[in-house]
Design a protein around this ligand. Structure first.
Ligand SMILES: NC(=O)c1ccc[n+]([C@@H]2O[C@H](COP(=O)([O-])OP(=O)(O)OC[C@H]3O[C@@H](n4cnc5c(N)ncnc54)[C@H](O)[C@@H]3O)[C@@H](O)[C@H]2O)c1
Ligand SMILES: [Zn+2]
Length: 371
């Protein structure tokens, strides 16, 4: 077709949402995808590290469109910083019929999606996720969040993109830690899905670091698992809650270490703690906890696991927005594919499980680091 620039792409899936149906596509050539997808008036918000690394491929798009470099820090996900970006958008002539385009990871996504949801009561946005966490997880599901002071993700709403374009070749430049963070988040979907998927990610884990096709198939499966619940419970009022498996403990670990343990790695420890608590409650048999741990620990090391003060850790857990009154609300498990949610107020049991697990991680971490 003369005159129409086509780019090679595969449609992965379409996701139904309360606002519109949106599509996830795989792309193989960033430059031509940008040329085909972007239209006049689109404004790009791009992770500054990605802009530097992919300067050549982005050159044409960044010459043609207004853009802002995003420094991917939690501090940028604040009212004060968002206000500055909105001020800039208005000054450069962004209008209701224009679109924002996010190129980056979860932070760039949250900033772009949140602004898109509130500006002019909602504008469209397009997403090029560039790290594993955003490609395998956060790109779908509609959630937008910013932080409120030091409280993470307290303000937000649901505003999906109109199109998501995944280029796995971006992942070649990820740091090992960011790569493992994405692997941890994928493990969580695979273990929630059941024994067969858990076995699959365990087998493919090492290969995923070096083989784009294996990695892409895992990303696709991860999105399929997430799609199955976000389509029936987009607003996270019921079934979707099980995706918080490993997250209460993971978030506490992220906060405690000031994000030195990145999200997905923290979640891979968090699932193990949730399992051990499930064993203590008689929900899960020890054999299953060990089997799952053997998968999870592929993703744990190397990692500087700190000495943790249990009281402070429990205090962090008590801040979880999903708790009800003074009771904890934990996502527990009866085994792979068998997740349940329950309230919990046995502080002595929680303390015992945390003592044992956190001590174990600390010792393993020292052992690993001294080898
Ligand atoms: N909205 C949602 O559904 C959702 C879901 C999960 C997480 N989140 C949010 O996302 C954030 C965490 O996401 P994240 O880990 O992607 O953070 P991030 O955006 O800071 O990315 C992590 C690092 O990866 C780098 N990076 C991205 N692409 C790269 C590439 N191709 N090559 C080299 N480096 C690259 C970034 O520059 C950054 O340093 C948190 O704020 C979390 O709350 C949102
Ligand atoms: Zn997560």
């Amino acid at each position: 077709m003369e005159g129409l620039l086509l780019f090679e792409n595969d449609s992965l899936m379409k996701i139904k949402s309360h606002k519109w149906e949106y599509e996830v596509k795989r792309i193989f050539d960033l430059r031509s995808a940008l040329e085909s997808v972007l239209v006049d008036g689109d404004i790009i918000l791009i992770d500054q590290n990605v802009a530097k690394l992919y300067k050549q491929n982005l050159k044409t798009a960044l010459n043609k469109h207004e853009y802002m470099l995003i420094e991917p820090t939690e501090n940028l996900k604040s009212y004060q910083q968002i206000e500055k970006i909105i001020d800039w958008l208005i000054r450069v002539g962004f209008k209701k019929n224009n679109r924002l385009v996010a190129v980056g990871g979860g932070i760039t996504q949250d900033i772009c999606s949140f602004i898109s949801s509130i500006m002019y009561r909602g504008v469209g946005w397009v997403f090029f996720p560039t790290n594993l966490l955003s490609q395998a997880d956060s790109c779908i599901g509609s959630k937008t969040s910013i932080n409120f002071g030091s409280y993470k993700n307290q303000v937000g709403n649901f505003h999906p993109p109109i199109l998501i374009l995944i280029d796995v070749s971006f992942l070649q430049t990820l740091s090992r830690m960011d790569f493992r963070s994405g692997m941890g988040e994928m493990m969580h979907y695979f273990i929630i899905a059941g024994r067969e998927d858990m076995k699959r990610i365990s087998i493919d884990y090492d290969m995923a670091f070096n083989n784009d096709d294996v990695l892409f198939d895992l990303i696709k499966r991860s999105l399929e698992i997430k799609k199955s619940l976000i389509e029936i419970d987009e607003f996270d009022l019921g079934p979707r809650n099980i995706f918080n498996y490993g997250h209460s403990f993971g978030h506490a670990l992220e906060s405690y270490t000031n994000y030195e343990i990145p999200h997905g790695i923290a979640v891979s420890f968090g699932m193990d703690i949730a399992n051990q608590l499930s064993v203590a409650l008689g929900l899960m048999i020890e054999k299953d906890a060990i089997e799952i741990r053997n998968v999870l620990q592929k993703n744990w090391w190397p990692c500087n696991f700190p000495e943790i003060d249990i009281d402070s850790f429990i205090n962090l857990l008590s801040k979880d927005k999903k708790n009800i009154g003074k009771k904890f609300r934990f996502v527990l498990s009866k085994g792979p594919g068998n997740i349940l949610i329950d309230t919990f107020d046995d502080n002595a049991m929680l303390r015992e499980v945390l003592n044992e697990r956190l001590e174990f991680y600390k010792n393993e971490s020292s052992r690993f680091n001294s080898n």
